[in-house]
Design a protein around this ligand. Sequence first.
Ligand code: FES
Ligand code: FES
Length: 150
Amino acid sequence: MTTLNVNGVSYTVNVPGTTPLLWVLRDIIGLTGTKYGCGIEECSACTVMKDGSPEKSCVLTVADASGSKIVTIEGLSPTGTHIVQRAWIAAQVPQCGYCQSGMILKAVQLLKGNPNPTDAQIDAAMSNICACGTYQRVRAAIHLAASGAV
Ligand code: FES
Ligand code: FES
């Protein structure tokens, strides 16, 4: 048995400790906002926050996640109105949407450490892969969130 704290809620799950957190989030807890892309730490679609830092849940085991505070896209704001989410909507960032949970969580982390990043700093921090090529709108949304004008 492993106990996880996800979005402020405690869950006890009966899986091997080596199980990737992503499977537990999606298939057991039912939080499907976190996506499976590559499974090999390359795309960041599976990004969650672990004690405030982005982690790739396709390789983070439940044993390593246990004892930490995990936040998924569903836990960022109870109403979906975190300033980065509002900026994402205003800039109409998503196309298919598949990569966007990870993008948003990574952007939240970026802005926490650097409240007004340059384009170059955004490009360096946002290593997430978007098959739809939304990178320009991601930049725009991060600038919008940084400006506070949403
Ligand atoms: S699914 Fe985890 S990095 Fe791609
Ligand atoms: S919006 Fe489609 S993969 Fe990024």
